[in-house]
Design a protein around this ligand. Structure first.
Ligand code: NAP
Ligand code: MG
Length: 402
């Protein structure tokens, strides 16, 4: 079989630890034999980030703006222990945070559904995609401990010096305070990313906040979404046969549990953080969760939702056997290759991505899986494979499909 050719480079962001090991195995066994990989390689492994003072992360995001599509391996976000372990010049920021800030994106996370890994919620038949706004709110808040009685106010000083004040509370005793913000620009691009992704994946879009209580803050989210929908998207949604639907967050959680799945649930930053962990766990496993950053300018960055699987990596370094699930990382590659194929009009590349995903699912459904899935599957007598054996098993299934 002749290898599939690519016309535009894919931005490849390599990463750390066990997922870096998986990265190479996936390329060697599942991609390079079938596709003439055309990538622009950026090593976001912590060693190289340190060597370049993290410039490589910035460069990789710039390259994503240039070419439009990236695939990213999980990376270490350094903490104090990592600074020591890697003898770092500084405690670099999270690469995902840096890239997200540069591309101004929204993160969409969806579970990979396979028979034998059953959701805890019996009614869920189709994936639920969580779209998390990734700017502001409690993640960029200022906080204060109030030591005792006194008055707390919100003060906004305009550029001309005029002040607007709003009483927060007349404290009679000690307490706590928090001030948070968001930006209309950021909420607008969040809304457009969600509407575009819904159109692209032909799924309904749900959005929910606590606008009944938060009449200015959350209500602004609701209003901005509605205005953009009415002015820019309503016709296209009707044409595509999908709907946009706003409800109160309390109502949304109840509806989500009763639903069949098959839609996108747009969440404010904190709701998305918490709900994506809940949805991932309820669908079975974090190792079966895909993640894509979509920017309002049409840039895409695909990754796995899990981290670098540090514990497995230390076993690997000691020469011990590991059983690390590569499926989410494989789906990051297939997502990126399919998107490249769509943009460049290479049908074979899209078809290859579909087949590789099918091969992963079939392999698991045939009872061959890594340990994390073997522990929770409803299939009888699953065969637990090690990391390398599982990738080889996917290769065999793939060759049968091609
Ligand atoms: P993690 O890498 O997601 O792993 C946590 C645990 O979940 C693992 O120890 C393992 O459980 C299980 N697990 C996760 N992925 C798995 C897979 N593919 N196959 C099998 N089991 C899997 O989270 P972490 O250990 O908290 O974080 C490690 C590093 O990853 C940190 O330095 C963090 O900064 C980084 N991180 C990066 C990203 C990213 O780049 N997107 C996201 C999150 C975390 P068992 O050990 O019980 O088998
Ligand atoms: Mg979280």
């Amino acid at each position: 079989m002749e290898k599939i050719k690519m016309t535009t480079p894919l931005v490849e962001m390599d990463g750390d630890e066990m997922t870096r090991v998986l990265w190479q195995l996936i390329k060697d066994e599942l991609l390079s034999p079938f596709v003439e990989l055309n990538t622009e390689y950026y090593d976001l492994g912590l060693v190289h980030r340190n060597e370049t003072n993290d410039q490589v992360t910035v460069d990789s995001a710039e390259a994503t703006k240039k070419y439009g599509v990236a695939v990213k391996c999980a990376t270490i976000t350094p903490n104090a222990a990592r600074v020591k372990e890697y003898d770092l010049k500084e405690m670099y920021k999270s690469p995902n945070g840096t890239i997200r800030a540069m591309l101004d994106g929204t993160v969409f996370r969806a579970p990979i559904i396979v028979k034998g890994i059953e959701p805890y919620v019996k009614t869920w038949k189709k994936p639920i995609t969580i779209a998390r706004h990734a700017y502001g709110d409690v993640y960029k808040a200022s906080e204060m401990k109030v030591p005792g009685a006194g008055k707390a106010e919100l003060v906004y000083t305009a550029e001309d010096g005029t002040e607007t004040r709003e009483l927060i509370h007349n404290f009679k005793g000690a307490g706590i305070l928090q001030g948070m913000h968001n930006l209309n620009d950021s909420i607008e691009s969040f809304a457009r990313s969600c509407f575009n992704f819904a159109l692209e994946t032909k799924q309904d879009l749900w959005f929910a906040t606590k606008d009944t209580i938060s009449k200015k803050y959350d209500h602004s989210f609701k209003d901005i979404f509605q205005e953009i929908y009415d002015n820019e998207y309503a016709d296209r949604f009707a044409e595509a046969g999908i709907t946009y639907f706003y409800t109160l967050i309390d109502d949304a959680v109840a509806r989500v549990i009763r639903s069949e799945g098959g839609y996108i649930w747009a969440c404010k930053n904190y709701d998305g953080d918490v709900m994506s962990d809940m949805v991932a766990t309820a669908f079975g496993s974090l190792s079966m969760m895909t993640s894509v950053l979509v920017s309002p300018n049409g840039y895409y960055e695909y990754e796995a939702a899990h981290g670098t699987v540090q514990r497995h990596y230390y076993k690997h370094l000691k020469g011990e056997e590991t059983s690390t699930n590569p499926i989410a990382t494989i789906f990051a590659w297939t997502g990126a290759l399919r998107k490249r194929g769509e943009l460049d009009g290479i049908a074979d590349l899209c078809a290859f991505a579909d087949k590789l995903e099918e091969a992963c699912i079939k392999t698991v459904e045939n009872g061959e899986m890594t340990k994390d899935l073997a522990l929770i599957t409803t299939l009888e007598n699953p065969k637990t494979l090690n990391t390398q054996q599982f990738i080889k098993a996917v290769r065999a299934t793939l060759e049968g499909l091609l």
